[in-house]
Design a protein around this ligand. Structure first.
Ligand code: NOJ
Ligand code: CA
Length: 564
């Protein structure tokens, strides 16, 4: 198969323009500021940027309430700045994907304003109305505890409108052909301005049938094919990365059995079980989640992540598993959100323990798929739980020890910079870490480099290797007659494990460590015995005599030392 599907072996970095870098000193991050940080991002080695919504918006849901799909919010800059930015990315070989939020609009969007004003408005049918309060108005809230219902009466319209999310986010009637045509037009617009695709927000809700009479929504999967077809017609290598927290049995409906729907999806199933593994040192449910999400078309890809801009949603775990994760990482009620998740950043969840952070990231980088890093995680940023809801994990990027972390020259940043405690910007910032060879930042840079040199992960098939220890996960990838193998120990204590690489005759006798000099030779029976340190992670290239002699990129000293 052709190897130029860029999203199969990339490293994605997501950020919000408003909290990344403020160039004009008004306290709000902007495209000019982001542009100045492109060399930093390039140096980190990332291959694609995912920008959270930056379109004009009242920002009552951090921009996921769009008021104009064809513009840039004036606080962030102009369309001209946006194009300069995508050009700057292209010069550095970085692709840009942007959020596409079309399940709903802001209630301030002119379409909704027109729709509510008159039954005869051409936009009336762009939204979902009911004359009377639907009986299920108290069901299906995405933000329980904060959101009271999914239907709200609008005085001006004299009717009730449907909103899967907050009441200021009226749902678009996505079954309406005019709405679908508009969605394509929006994609076409941004593609023309240089983006390589979209992170599509709330996909299961976009394709679900909506209405007061709908008891059990029907998924209109065909819509996904229409989106993809259009996109690829306009720009062959553009992709859609779907936000769809669905059960593994429907994954193939989203990817398309013929690989004709979504190019990528976030792997929520693995994400939740991964946190369970980190909390309990039992990685068996994670192994199960990996197997359950294994089937996917050749051209499709998972996005693997640790934390994102939302709460860590634990809704797919069993009650007991969820309790275990809460206890380990978010025991305090104030750390929890929407009865199902934790609203903290990764570093404080893991107690700032560098060994655990490396373990978590090493794992993320070696899971089947393409890794997605959240800005600030590369320096181990913390959270501010005094901020409401999900904002606690959305504070500005910490660049230096200058006031407000060098994020802005303004005294009133749009969100407060963390300035106290162990995660305060005087301790945790990019400038300081750049100078320290042992910093998290430099570790991340090295692991990104290594990940890019192991395309087997993105492209290959994987197998989980049986070991008799629930705390240790061993995965092997095979691609084009090459194999790599990864060992992760979720326990704080060292473990001794034994396994066979499982490649049959003579294969896998030698494991070449990619991160240290500690290589492993199999015994006469072909088994490897490893001592792996607490929270340890090992990356190996699988080798045998023939294999080693053929490869030019394997350090010759390994061959000499081991007399192979
Ligand atoms: C999912 C986004 O990730 C979240 O931040 C947002 O609030 C909802 N979709 C609604 O757009
Ligand atoms: Ca600004």
């Amino acid at each position: 198969m052709i190897n130029d599907l860029w999203y199969k072996n990339g490293v994605i970095y997501c950020l919000s323009v408003g909290t990344y870098m403020d160039a004009n000193g008004d306290g709000i991050g902007d495209f000019k500021g982001l542009q100045r940080r492109l060399d930093y991002l390039h140096g980190l080695g990332i291959t694609a940027l995912w920008l959270m919504p930056f379109q004009p918006s009242p920002r009552r849901d951090d921009g996921y309430d769009v008021a104009d799909y064809y513009g840039v919010d004036p606080s962030y800059g102009t369309l001209g700045d946006f194009v300069e930015f995508t050009h700057g990315c292209r010069q550095r070989g970085i692709r840009v994907i942007i959020d596409l939020v079309v399940n709903h609009t802001s209630d301030q969007h002119p379409w909704f304003q027109s729709a509510r004003a008159s039954k005869d408005s051409p936009y009336r049918d762009w939204y979902v109305w009911a004359e009377k309060r639907p009986p299920n108005a108290n069901e299906g809230m995405v933000f329980p505890g904060v959101q009271k219902s999914t239907w709200t009466r609008d005085k001006e319209a004299g009717a009730w409108y449907f909103h899967r999310f907050y009441d200021f986010q009226p749902d678009l009637n996505t079954s309406n052909p005019s709405v679908q045509a508009e969605i394509l037009k929006i994609m076409g617009f941004w593609i023309q301005l240089g983006v390589s695709g979209f992170r599509m927000d709330a996909v299961p809700f976009i394709i679900a049938s909506k209405g007061a009479k709908v008891k059990k929504p029907i998924e209109q999967y065909d819509m996904l094919r229409t989106f993809r077809e259009f996109l690829q017609w306009r720009e062959g290598d553009a992709i859609i990365l779907a936000e769809a927290n669905v059960l593994p049995e429907t994954d193939m409906e989203y990817f398309g059995h013929d690989g004709d729907r979504m190019h990528m999806m976030f792997n929520f199933q693995v994400n939740q079980h991964l946190f369970y593994a980190l909390a309990s040192a039992d990685c068996r449910p994670l192994a199960k989640a990996l197997m359950a999400t294994k089937p996917r078309p050749d051209t499709a890809q998972w996005g693997q992540f640790l934390r994102n801009h939302d709460e860590l949603d634990l809704g797919r775990l069993t009650k007991a598993q969820r309790e275990t994760v809460f206890e380990a990482f978010g025991a305090d009620k104030n750390m929890q959100l929407y009865d199902r998740g934790i609203r903290r950043r990764l570093a404080p969840m893991l107690g700032g323990d560098r060994r655990r952070l490396e373990l978590a990231y090493s794992l993320m980088f070696t899971l089947p798929g393409t890794p997605v890093i959240r800005y600030g995680d590369e320096i181990g940023m913390g959270d501010d739980l005094d901020l409401p809801e999900r904002n606690g994990a959305r504070t500005p990027m910490q660049w230096s020890a200058e006031p407000h972390a060098g994020f802005t020259a303004n005294d009133k940043p749009c969100l407060p910079v963390i300035d106290e405690g162990p995660y305060g910007y005087e301790h945790v910032n990019a400038a300081k870490q750049r100078r320290d060879p042992n910093s998290m930042l430099n570790w991340t840079e090295r692991i990104v480099r290594m990940r890019k040199e192991v395309p087997e992960i993105g492209w290959g098939d994987f197998e989980i290797i049986a070991v008799r220890d629930a705390a240790v996960l061993v995965i092997r990838y095979d691609w084009h007659n090459n194999s790599v193998l990864f060992v992760h120990n979720f326990d704080e204590k060292p473990r001794e494990i034994s396994f066979s690489v499982g490649l049959g005759d003579g294969g896998g006798k030698l494991l070449i460590n990619l991160l240290s000099e500690d290589h492993s030779h199999a015994d006469e029976k072909g088994r490897h015995r490893l001592l792996i340190e607490g929270y340890g992670y090992h990356w190996y290239r699988v080798g045998g005599l023939d294999y080693l002699l053929k490869r030019s990129d394997v350090d010759t000293s390994v061959r000499k030392k081991r007399k192979v």
